[in-house]
Design a binder for this molecule. Structure first.
Ligand SMILES: Cc1cc2nc3c(=O)[nH]c(=O)nc-3n(C[C@H](O)[C@H](O)[C@H](O)COP(=O)(O)OP(=O)(O)OC[C@H]3O[C@@H](n4cnc5c(N)ncnc54)[C@H](O)[C@@H]3O)c2cc1C
Ligand SMILES: *[C@@H]1O[C@H](CO)[C@@H](O)[C@H](O)[C@H]1NC(C)=O
Ligand SMILES: *[C@@H]1O[C@H](CO)[C@@H](O)[C@H](O)[C@H]1NC(C)=O
Ligand SMILES: *[C@@H]1O[C@H](CO)[C@@H](O)[C@H](O)[C@H]1NC(C)=O
Length: 332
Protein backbone atom coordinates (compact mmCIF):
# COMPACT_ATOMS: atom_id res chain seq x y z
CA UNK A 1 0.00 0.00 0.00
CA UNK A 2 1.28 3.45 -0.93
CA UNK A 3 0.43 6.04 1.71
CA UNK A 4 1.04 9.79 1.20
CA UNK A 5 1.20 12.00 4.29
CA UNK A 6 0.77 15.65 3.32
CA UNK A 7 2.46 18.03 5.79
CA UNK A 8 5.77 17.99 7.66
CA UNK A 9 4.95 19.80 10.91
CA UNK A 10 4.87 17.90 14.19
CA UNK A 11 1.53 16.33 13.21
CA UNK A 12 2.56 15.10 9.74
CA UNK A 13 5.92 13.71 10.86
CA UNK A 14 4.56 11.97 13.95
CA UNK A 15 1.61 10.56 11.99
CA UNK A 16 3.96 9.21 9.31
CA UNK A 17 6.09 7.62 12.04
CA UNK A 18 3.06 5.96 13.69
CA UNK A 19 1.95 4.57 10.31
CA UNK A 20 5.37 2.98 9.75
CA UNK A 21 5.04 1.43 13.22
CA UNK A 22 1.50 0.07 12.86
CA UNK A 23 1.86 -0.90 9.19
CA UNK A 24 5.44 -1.95 8.45
CA UNK A 25 4.44 -3.23 4.99
CA UNK A 26 3.10 0.21 3.93
CA UNK A 27 5.28 2.44 1.82
CA UNK A 28 5.00 5.92 3.37
CA UNK A 29 5.88 9.18 1.59
CA UNK A 30 5.81 12.63 3.19
CA UNK A 31 4.91 15.46 0.80
CA UNK A 32 5.09 19.03 2.07
CA UNK A 33 5.64 22.51 0.72
CA UNK A 34 7.66 23.41 3.83
CA UNK A 35 9.92 21.42 6.14
CA UNK A 36 11.64 22.37 9.40
CA UNK A 37 12.68 25.11 10.18
CA UNK A 38 9.88 26.69 8.12
CA UNK A 39 6.70 25.25 9.68
CA UNK A 40 4.36 26.59 12.39
CA UNK A 41 5.65 23.77 14.57
CA UNK A 42 9.10 25.41 14.47
CA UNK A 43 7.69 28.60 16.03
CA UNK A 44 6.02 26.84 18.97
CA UNK A 45 7.40 26.69 22.47
CA UNK A 46 6.59 22.97 22.41
CA UNK A 47 5.41 22.81 26.04
CA UNK A 48 3.24 19.89 27.09
CA UNK A 49 0.43 21.95 28.58
CA UNK A 50 -2.86 21.04 26.94
CA UNK A 51 -5.10 23.55 25.34
CA UNK A 52 -8.83 22.75 25.57
CA UNK A 53 -10.76 21.92 22.37
CA UNK A 54 -14.37 22.78 23.28
CA UNK A 55 -16.03 20.26 20.92
CA UNK A 56 -13.71 17.29 21.59
CA UNK A 57 -14.76 15.13 24.60
CA UNK A 58 -12.39 15.68 27.55
CA UNK A 59 -11.71 11.95 27.98
CA UNK A 60 -10.39 11.81 24.41
CA UNK A 61 -8.19 14.89 24.93
CA UNK A 62 -6.92 13.38 28.16
CA UNK A 63 -6.03 10.12 26.43
CA UNK A 64 -4.16 11.98 23.65
CA UNK A 65 -2.22 13.93 26.28
CA UNK A 66 -1.47 10.82 28.33
CA UNK A 67 -0.11 8.97 25.28
CA UNK A 68 2.00 11.94 24.24
CA UNK A 69 3.36 12.43 27.75
CA UNK A 70 4.24 8.75 28.16
CA UNK A 71 5.97 8.64 24.76
CA UNK A 72 8.07 11.76 25.34
CA UNK A 73 8.81 10.89 28.97
CA UNK A 74 10.46 7.68 27.76
CA UNK A 75 12.56 9.69 25.27
CA UNK A 76 13.52 12.17 28.02
CA UNK A 77 14.87 9.21 30.02
CA UNK A 78 16.91 7.82 27.14
CA UNK A 79 20.19 8.55 25.39
CA UNK A 80 18.12 10.21 22.62
CA UNK A 81 16.89 13.01 24.92
CA UNK A 82 19.37 15.69 23.97
CA UNK A 83 19.27 15.09 20.20
CA UNK A 84 15.47 14.94 20.26
CA UNK A 85 15.37 18.14 22.32
CA UNK A 86 13.10 16.68 25.00
CA UNK A 87 13.51 17.69 28.62
CA UNK A 88 11.57 18.15 31.86
CA UNK A 89 10.86 21.66 33.12
CA UNK A 90 9.17 22.84 36.31
CA UNK A 91 7.27 25.96 37.14
CA UNK A 92 4.06 27.49 38.36
CA UNK A 93 1.00 27.66 36.10
CA UNK A 94 -1.47 29.45 38.42
CA UNK A 95 -4.75 27.95 37.35
CA UNK A 96 -7.75 26.07 38.57
CA UNK A 97 -7.21 22.33 38.84
CA UNK A 98 -6.91 21.32 35.17
CA UNK A 99 -8.02 17.94 33.76
CA UNK A 100 -4.41 16.98 33.15
CA UNK A 101 -3.12 17.59 36.70
CA UNK A 102 -2.66 13.84 37.32
CA UNK A 103 -0.67 13.29 34.11
CA UNK A 104 2.07 15.91 34.59
CA UNK A 105 4.47 15.30 37.46
CA UNK A 106 4.25 16.68 40.99
CA UNK A 107 1.22 18.95 40.56
CA UNK A 108 0.91 20.82 43.91
CA UNK A 109 0.05 24.19 45.47
CA UNK A 110 2.98 26.61 45.50
CA UNK A 111 4.77 27.18 48.78
CA UNK A 112 4.90 30.57 50.54
CA UNK A 113 8.52 31.00 49.42
CA UNK A 114 7.63 30.32 45.78
CA UNK A 115 4.72 32.75 45.97
CA UNK A 116 7.05 35.57 47.02
CA UNK A 117 8.17 35.77 43.42
CA UNK A 118 4.59 36.61 42.40
CA UNK A 119 3.46 39.40 44.76
CA UNK A 120 0.29 40.01 42.70
CA UNK A 121 -0.92 36.42 43.39
CA UNK A 122 -2.07 34.87 46.65
CA UNK A 123 -2.37 31.35 45.29
CA UNK A 124 -0.64 29.27 42.62
CA UNK A 125 0.25 25.73 41.63
CA UNK A 126 3.51 24.19 40.50
CA UNK A 127 4.24 21.15 38.36
CA UNK A 128 6.82 19.51 36.12
CA UNK A 129 6.11 18.78 32.48
CA UNK A 130 7.96 18.02 29.25
CA UNK A 131 9.10 20.42 26.56
CA UNK A 132 10.01 19.68 22.94
CA UNK A 133 12.67 21.97 21.51
CA UNK A 134 12.08 22.84 17.91
CA UNK A 135 13.64 22.44 15.37
CA UNK A 136 15.55 19.57 17.13
CA UNK A 137 12.45 17.46 17.77
CA UNK A 138 11.22 17.82 14.17
CA UNK A 139 14.68 16.94 12.83
CA UNK A 140 14.77 13.90 15.11
CA UNK A 141 11.39 12.74 13.78
CA UNK A 142 12.66 13.22 10.21
CA UNK A 143 15.73 11.14 11.00
CA UNK A 144 13.60 8.35 12.49
CA UNK A 145 11.41 8.39 9.38
CA UNK A 146 14.40 8.20 7.01
CA UNK A 147 15.65 5.19 8.98
CA UNK A 148 12.37 3.40 8.16
CA UNK A 149 12.80 4.13 4.45
CA UNK A 150 10.16 6.88 4.29
CA UNK A 151 10.67 9.23 1.34
CA UNK A 152 10.23 12.99 1.82
CA UNK A 153 9.62 15.42 -1.01
CA UNK A 154 9.06 19.15 -1.18
CA UNK A 155 5.80 19.56 -2.98
CA UNK A 156 2.76 21.78 -2.67
CA UNK A 157 -0.44 19.79 -3.08
CA UNK A 158 -3.13 21.97 -4.63
CA UNK A 159 -5.80 19.28 -4.72
CA UNK A 160 -5.86 15.86 -3.02
CA UNK A 161 -7.00 14.28 -6.27
CA UNK A 162 -3.62 14.95 -7.89
CA UNK A 163 -2.25 12.16 -5.61
CA UNK A 164 -4.76 9.51 -6.57
CA UNK A 165 -2.76 7.78 -9.31
CA UNK A 166 0.35 7.32 -7.19
CA UNK A 167 -1.11 6.66 -3.74
CA UNK A 168 -3.79 4.37 -2.31
CA UNK A 169 -4.43 6.48 0.82
CA UNK A 170 -3.79 10.17 1.55
CA UNK A 171 -3.30 11.54 5.07
CA UNK A 172 -4.03 15.22 5.49
CA UNK A 173 -1.79 16.88 8.12
CA UNK A 174 -1.65 20.32 6.53
CA UNK A 175 -2.44 22.42 9.60
CA UNK A 176 -3.59 25.86 8.48
CA UNK A 177 -3.09 24.70 4.87
CA UNK A 178 -6.34 22.70 5.16
CA UNK A 179 -8.20 26.01 4.92
CA UNK A 180 -7.35 26.23 1.22
CA UNK A 181 -6.81 22.55 0.46
CA UNK A 182 -10.13 21.15 1.73
CA UNK A 183 -11.93 24.44 2.06
CA UNK A 184 -12.57 23.83 5.76
CA UNK A 185 -14.25 27.02 6.91
CA UNK A 186 -14.29 25.86 10.54
CA UNK A 187 -10.51 26.33 10.62
CA UNK A 188 -9.20 29.76 11.58
CA UNK A 189 -5.75 31.18 12.40
CA UNK A 190 -4.79 32.42 15.85
CA UNK A 191 -1.65 34.45 15.30
CA UNK A 192 1.12 34.04 17.84
CA UNK A 193 4.29 36.11 18.09
CA UNK A 194 7.16 34.94 20.31
CA UNK A 195 10.78 35.83 21.04
CA UNK A 196 13.44 33.14 21.22
CA UNK A 197 16.36 34.36 23.32
CA UNK A 198 19.64 33.23 24.82
CA UNK A 199 19.25 33.28 28.64
CA UNK A 200 20.69 29.98 29.93
CA UNK A 201 20.33 30.99 33.58
CA UNK A 202 16.52 30.76 33.30
CA UNK A 203 15.63 27.15 34.13
CA UNK A 204 12.08 27.36 35.52
CA UNK A 205 9.08 28.10 33.38
CA UNK A 206 6.60 30.82 34.29
CA UNK A 207 3.17 31.48 32.84
CA UNK A 208 0.98 34.24 34.05
CA UNK A 209 -2.71 34.89 34.24
CA UNK A 210 -4.47 33.00 31.49
CA UNK A 211 -1.17 31.95 30.00
CA UNK A 212 -0.77 34.94 27.69
CA UNK A 213 2.60 35.89 29.15
CA UNK A 214 5.07 33.05 29.41
CA UNK A 215 8.73 32.18 29.78
CA UNK A 216 9.54 28.64 28.62
CA UNK A 217 13.18 27.56 28.89
CA UNK A 218 14.35 24.96 26.37
CA UNK A 219 17.65 23.12 26.17
CA UNK A 220 19.15 25.85 23.96
CA UNK A 221 16.85 28.88 23.88
CA UNK A 222 14.16 30.43 26.04
CA UNK A 223 10.79 31.20 24.40
CA UNK A 224 9.09 34.41 25.56
CA UNK A 225 5.47 35.06 24.70
CA UNK A 226 3.09 35.81 23.58
CA UNK A 227 0.01 36.90 21.66
CA UNK A 228 -3.28 35.29 20.58
CA UNK A 229 -4.77 37.19 17.66
CA UNK A 230 -7.80 35.38 16.30
CA UNK A 231 -8.39 35.71 12.55
CA UNK A 232 -5.12 37.53 11.84
CA UNK A 233 -3.13 36.00 8.93
CA UNK A 234 -0.06 38.27 9.17
CA UNK A 235 3.24 36.40 9.38
CA UNK A 236 5.30 39.61 9.76
CA UNK A 237 6.67 40.38 13.21
CA UNK A 238 5.28 43.53 14.78
CA UNK A 239 7.91 45.73 16.51
CA UNK A 240 5.47 47.15 19.08
CA UNK A 241 4.38 43.62 20.02
CA UNK A 242 8.02 42.55 20.41
CA UNK A 243 8.62 45.35 22.94
CA UNK A 244 5.40 44.55 24.77
CA UNK A 245 6.25 40.83 25.09
CA UNK A 246 9.75 41.66 26.29
CA UNK A 247 8.43 44.11 28.91
CA UNK A 248 5.76 41.70 30.16
CA UNK A 249 8.32 38.90 30.53
CA UNK A 250 10.88 41.15 32.24
CA UNK A 251 8.33 42.17 34.81
CA UNK A 252 7.88 38.46 35.69
CA UNK A 253 11.60 37.65 35.47
CA UNK A 254 13.74 40.83 35.70
CA UNK A 255 16.97 38.96 34.88
CA UNK A 256 15.71 38.66 31.28
CA UNK A 257 16.94 42.25 30.76
CA UNK A 258 20.27 40.53 30.17
CA UNK A 259 18.90 38.17 27.47
CA UNK A 260 20.87 38.10 24.23
CA UNK A 261 20.49 37.12 20.62
CA UNK A 262 16.76 37.93 20.42
CA UNK A 263 14.97 36.32 17.49
CA UNK A 264 11.32 37.14 16.70
CA UNK A 265 9.01 34.45 15.26
CA UNK A 266 5.37 34.42 14.18
CA UNK A 267 3.11 31.40 13.64
CA UNK A 268 -0.56 30.82 12.88
CA UNK A 269 -2.15 28.25 15.19
CA UNK A 270 -4.45 26.04 13.07
CA UNK A 271 -7.51 26.42 15.29
CA UNK A 272 -10.85 24.66 15.30
CA UNK A 273 -13.53 23.84 17.90
CA UNK A 274 -12.33 20.22 17.73
CA UNK A 275 -9.29 18.50 16.25
CA UNK A 276 -10.30 16.71 13.05
CA UNK A 277 -9.08 13.10 13.18
CA UNK A 278 -11.39 11.45 10.73
CA UNK A 279 -11.68 9.06 7.78
CA UNK A 280 -13.37 10.16 4.61
CA UNK A 281 -13.73 8.61 1.16
CA UNK A 282 -13.63 11.25 -1.55
CA UNK A 283 -15.34 10.30 -4.77
CA UNK A 284 -15.27 11.87 -8.18
CA UNK A 285 -16.40 10.46 -11.52
CA UNK A 286 -16.55 6.87 -10.22
CA UNK A 287 -13.11 7.12 -8.59
CA UNK A 288 -12.65 6.79 -4.86
CA UNK A 289 -9.82 8.14 -2.73
CA UNK A 290 -9.59 7.25 0.98
CA UNK A 291 -8.39 10.22 3.06
CA UNK A 292 -7.51 10.37 6.76
CA UNK A 293 -7.58 13.88 8.20
CA UNK A 294 -5.44 14.92 11.16
CA UNK A 295 -5.43 18.70 11.53
CA UNK A 296 -6.77 21.61 13.57
CA UNK A 297 -4.58 21.25 16.68
CA UNK A 298 -4.66 24.98 17.45
CA UNK A 299 -2.59 26.09 20.42
CA UNK A 300 -1.85 22.58 21.66
CA UNK A 301 -0.45 20.45 18.85
CA UNK A 302 2.69 19.38 20.71
CA UNK A 303 0.72 18.41 23.79
CA UNK A 304 -1.40 15.82 21.96
CA UNK A 305 0.56 15.01 18.79
CA UNK A 306 1.45 11.41 19.58
CA UNK A 307 -2.11 10.55 20.67
CA UNK A 308 -3.72 11.95 17.53
CA UNK A 309 -0.99 10.40 15.34
CA UNK A 310 -1.76 6.95 16.80
CA UNK A 311 -5.46 7.46 16.19
CA UNK A 312 -4.82 8.53 12.59
CA UNK A 313 -2.61 5.45 12.06
CA UNK A 314 -5.49 3.22 13.21
CA UNK A 315 -7.77 4.97 10.68
CA UNK A 316 -5.18 4.27 7.96
CA UNK A 317 -5.33 0.57 8.91
CA UNK A 318 -9.11 0.69 8.60
CA UNK A 319 -8.76 2.18 5.11
CA UNK A 320 -6.37 -0.63 4.16
CA UNK A 321 -8.81 -3.29 5.38
CA UNK A 322 -11.63 -1.64 3.43
CA UNK A 323 -9.49 -1.48 0.26
CA UNK A 324 -8.46 -5.13 0.63
CA UNK A 325 -12.06 -6.21 1.21
CA UNK A 326 -13.26 -4.38 -1.88
CA UNK A 327 -10.45 -5.70 -4.09
CA UNK A 328 -11.15 -9.30 -3.02
CA UNK A 329 -14.85 -8.73 -3.77
CA UNK A 330 -13.88 -7.42 -7.21
CA UNK A 331 -11.92 -10.64 -7.90
CA UNK A 332 -14.92 -12.87 -7.15
C1 LIG B 1 3.57 31.10 19.06
C2 LIG B 1 3.11 29.68 19.17
C3 LIG B 1 3.42 28.95 20.33
C4 LIG B 1 2.96 27.65 20.48
N1 LIG B 1 3.32 26.96 21.60
C5 LIG B 1 2.84 25.70 21.80
C6 LIG B 1 3.20 24.96 22.98
O1 LIG B 1 3.95 25.44 23.85
N2 LIG B 1 2.67 23.72 23.13
C7 LIG B 1 1.84 23.14 22.19
O2 LIG B 1 1.37 22.03 22.39
N3 LIG B 1 1.53 23.81 21.05
C8 LIG B 1 2.00 25.07 20.83
N4 LIG B 1 1.66 25.76 19.69
C9 LIG B 1 0.75 25.12 18.72
C10 LIG B 1 1.49 24.22 17.74
O3 LIG B 1 2.52 24.95 17.14
C11 LIG B 1 0.53 23.71 16.66
O4 LIG B 1 -0.61 23.10 17.24
C12 LIG B 1 1.25 22.66 15.79
O5 LIG B 1 2.49 23.16 15.36
C13 LIG B 1 0.40 22.26 14.60
O6 LIG B 1 1.17 21.35 13.86
P1 LIG B 1 0.80 20.94 12.36
O7 LIG B 1 1.79 19.90 11.98
O8 LIG B 1 -0.65 20.65 12.29
O9 LIG B 1 0.99 22.30 11.53
P2 LIG B 1 2.29 22.92 10.81
O10 LIG B 1 3.47 22.88 11.68
O11 LIG B 1 1.82 24.24 10.30
O12 LIG B 1 2.54 21.95 9.60
C14 LIG B 1 1.72 21.94 8.45
C15 LIG B 1 2.53 21.37 7.32
O13 LIG B 1 1.69 21.21 6.18
C16 LIG B 1 2.34 21.73 5.05
N5 LIG B 1 1.30 22.12 4.09
C17 LIG B 1 0.24 22.95 4.29
N6 LIG B 1 -0.52 23.04 3.17
C18 LIG B 1 0.08 22.25 2.25
C19 LIG B 1 -0.21 21.92 0.88
N7 LIG B 1 -1.27 22.41 0.27
N8 LIG B 1 0.63 21.08 0.22
C20 LIG B 1 1.73 20.57 0.86
N9 LIG B 1 2.04 20.84 2.14
C21 LIG B 1 1.24 21.66 2.82
C22 LIG B 1 3.15 22.87 5.61
O14 LIG B 1 4.20 23.22 4.72
C23 LIG B 1 3.68 22.26 6.90
O15 LIG B 1 4.80 21.45 6.65
C24 LIG B 1 2.16 27.05 19.48
C25 LIG B 1 1.88 27.77 18.32
C26 LIG B 1 2.34 29.06 18.15
C27 LIG B 1 2.03 29.80 16.88
C1 LIG C 1 13.28 27.52 4.59
O1 LIG C 1 13.00 28.75 3.95
C2 LIG C 1 14.15 29.43 3.49
C3 LIG C 1 13.72 30.81 3.00
O2 LIG C 1 12.63 30.71 2.10
C4 LIG C 1 14.80 28.58 2.39
O3 LIG C 1 15.98 29.21 1.91
C5 LIG C 1 15.18 27.23 2.98
O4 LIG C 1 15.70 26.37 1.97
C6 LIG C 1 13.94 26.56 3.61
N1 LIG C 1 14.36 25.35 4.31
C7 LIG C 1 13.83 24.15 4.06
C8 LIG C 1 14.37 22.99 4.82
O5 LIG C 1 12.92 23.99 3.25
C1 LIG D 1 -6.96 18.68 4.01
O1 LIG D 1 -8.21 18.91 4.58
C2 LIG D 1 -8.71 20.18 4.30
C3 LIG D 1 -10.01 20.34 5.07
O2 LIG D 1 -10.94 19.35 4.70
C4 LIG D 1 -8.92 20.36 2.79
O3 LIG D 1 -9.34 21.69 2.49
C5 LIG D 1 -7.62 20.09 2.11
O4 LIG D 1 -7.83 20.06 0.70
C6 LIG D 1 -7.03 18.76 2.52
N1 LIG D 1 -5.72 18.65 1.98
C7 LIG D 1 -5.28 17.55 1.47
C8 LIG D 1 -3.89 17.54 0.93
O5 LIG D 1 -5.99 16.56 1.47
C1 LIG E 1 -2.59 41.66 12.39
O1 LIG E 1 -1.50 41.73 13.26
C2 LIG E 1 -0.56 42.72 12.91
C3 LIG E 1 0.62 42.56 13.86
O2 LIG E 1 0.19 42.52 15.21
C4 LIG E 1 -1.20 44.09 12.98
O3 LIG E 1 -0.25 45.07 12.59
C5 LIG E 1 -2.38 44.12 12.02
O4 LIG E 1 -3.05 45.35 12.15
C6 LIG E 1 -3.33 42.99 12.33
N1 LIG E 1 -4.34 42.92 11.29
C7 LIG E 1 -5.62 42.79 11.56
C8 LIG E 1 -6.52 42.69 10.37
O5 LIG E 1 -6.05 42.75 12.70
Amino acid sequence: MQVAVVGAGVIGLSTALCITETCPSCSVTVLSDQFSPNTTSDVAAGMLIPHIYPDTPIHRQKQWFQETFTYLFAISNSAEASEAGIHLVSGPPKEELPFWSDIVLGFRPMSEAELQKFPQHRFGQAFTTLKCDCPPYLLWLEKRLKATGTQMYTRKVADLWELHREYDIVVNCTGMGAHQLVGDKQLFPVRGQVLKVHAPWVTQFIRDGDGLTYIYPGIHRVTLGGTREKGNWSLSPDAGTTRDIFDRCCSLEPSLQGAQDIEVKVGLRPSRQSVRVQREVLSQGGLKLPVVHNYGHGAGGFSVHRGTAKEAAVLVEECISALQASSSRAKL
